[in-house]
Design a binder for this molecule. Structure first.
Ligand code: NAD
Length: 424
């Protein structure tokens, strides 16, 4: 299977879906749930959240050209933002010349916090809780025999004392290997189950018992090399490094740099039915781990003068539970990706985040972001100006050619087109 599918953009969505299914080795109907007419039914949605009155459509596109740890993958991305999918595919095309994306991870360990209040002797409480480690782990494991049978379960306990404005608190962390689950429900159940015993041992009371979205025991890393000669030469490479250094040193720039990473990450997380807020909270907390908010990625030049991109992010994503199981379109997206484990999914998400970030930094350091973005945005502008489906392409082409990608101009172009003159 190859993720190199040149000319995909010239197909209709239906043809594209067939081509993609065939390229991924899936039967023709496997991606049908991505069709609005065949995807999530209102009756299914009614079981997912409360007070359902409808659905909102988000386009799902496929990023091409990705090679991740030696495997080609076609990546479904759900996003309303033009140019995101094209940019990721472009960056992946450049990276595949040097072998694509290489990833590593810390494993699938999530953290649940149990907050202990009113401990008379916080330091001694901490040690008593650590002494009870094995008992607490066993109590937690008893809540989820299925997870334990799959090789997961509670793996460690750590305890801190925390000075707060309401006095000292004792914070217990339960570390749980959640395997292929996102894990929130799994660890929350365990945290609530161990809390009474924690309170007993502490001789105090427990309050909050819930996972931490700062999933820094569940990090995914991606690395790729982008040859200088394919990205505009030595000066562009130097400028990408300078752009990266800016984001590594400045929170204002880092926020936008990281938003670019999240353009890729959130799109794959959403397409696969995972919890976008959990992943975003995790990534931004990781960006602030030094005490200052900083870039999640880094671009530097290697000895050959090529750009090496590296990214490290917490990724609490899963293949079981949540909407991934309940949503037919999410299931189709997971099948398309062909990932067998949560770690493979996280590796893919990290690779897309890095590709997205590289594409934005390259454009910013070279011609600026607007040229590519606005060209692709022209179709959205044409549609906002009232162009019908069969008019959008002509209006978009004209406003790009005129160098005036604005709704007012699109309206004039549309009026002229309808009047048959073609000239506004
Ligand atoms: P879940 O409870 O539906 O699934 C996890 C369970 O599936 C495990 O406990 C295990 O018993 C079972 N399982 C079967 N096969 C497995 C495998 N191969 N690997 C691991 N477990 C397997 O879901 P979850 O992943 O625990 O929780 C995810 C949901 O929790 C999401 O919908 C998320 O939005 C929501 N949530 C998030 C937060 C938060 O992020 N702060 C808080 C509460 C709930």
């Amino acid at each position: 299977m190859t993720s190199r599918l040149p000319g995909l953009r010239d197909h209709t969505p239906l043809d594209r879906r067939r081509t993609i299914a065939e390229a991924a080795g899936l039967d023709a109907e496997a991606l049908a749930p991505l069709d609005p007419a065949a995807g999530l039914a209102l009756s299914q949605a009614d079981h997912m959240v409360e007070n359902v009155i409808g659905l909102i459509g988000i386009p799902v596109g496929v990023a091409t050209n990705f090679t991740i740890d030696g495997v080609d993958r076609l990546v479904p991305m759900a996003t309303e933002e033009p140019s995101v999918i094209a940019a990721a595919s472009n960056a992946a095309r450049i990276a595949r010349t040097t072998g694509g994306f290489f990833t590593s991870s810390t494993g699938d360990v999530m953290i649940a916090q149990v907050q202990v209040l009113d401990a008379v002797d916080p330091a001694a409480t901490r040690l008593r809780l650590l002494e009870a480690r094995d008992e607490l782990l066993a109590l937690a494991d008893a809540q989820d025999p299925l997870l334990v049978s799959l090789g997961g379960g509670a793996v460690d306990v750590s305890v801190r004392t925390l000075e707060t404005r309401t006095g000292p608190q004792v914070i217990l962390h339960l570390h749980v290997d959640v395997r292929d689950a996102m894990g929130a429900n799994a660890v929350n159940t365990m945290a609530e189950a161990i809390a009474p015993r924690v309170a007993e041992i502490a001789g105090a009371r427990t309050l909050l018992r819930i996972l931490s979205n700062k999933a820094d025991r569940r990090l995914a890393r991606a690395r790729a090399v982008f040859p200088a000669e394919l990205i505009g030469g030595a000066q562009v490479a130097a400028d990408i490094e300078a752009a990266s250094a800016f984001a590594e040193a400045d929170a204002y720039r880092a926020a936008t740099h990281n938003k670019g990473i999240m353009n890729g990450i959130t799109a794959v997380v959403l397409a696969t039915g995972n919890d976008t807020r959990a992943v975003e909270a995790g990534c931004h907390s990781h960006a602030a781990r030094s005490g200052s908010y900083r870039a999640l990625s880094r671009f530097e030049r290697n000895a050959a003068g090529d750009i090496v991109g590296t990214l490290e992010v917490p990724l609490a994503v899963g293949l079981v539970g949540g909407a991934t199981r309940a949503h037919p379109a999410a299931q189709a997206a997971v099948r398309l990706l062909g990932v067998a484990t949560a770690q493979q999914l996280a590796a893919t998400v990290a690779a897309v985040g890095l590709a997205q970030n590289f594409a934005a930094c390259r454009a910013l350091a070279a011609e600026g972001i607007q040229r590519g973005h606005m060209t692709l945005h022209a179709r959205t502008i044409a549609a906002s100006a009232g162009a019908a489906v069969d008019e959008v392409a002509a209006v978009a082409e004209r406003i790009v050619a005129d160098g005036r990608i604005r709704v007012e101009h699109a309206r004039d172009v549309l009026a002229a087109l309808r009047a048959g003159s073609g000239t506004p």
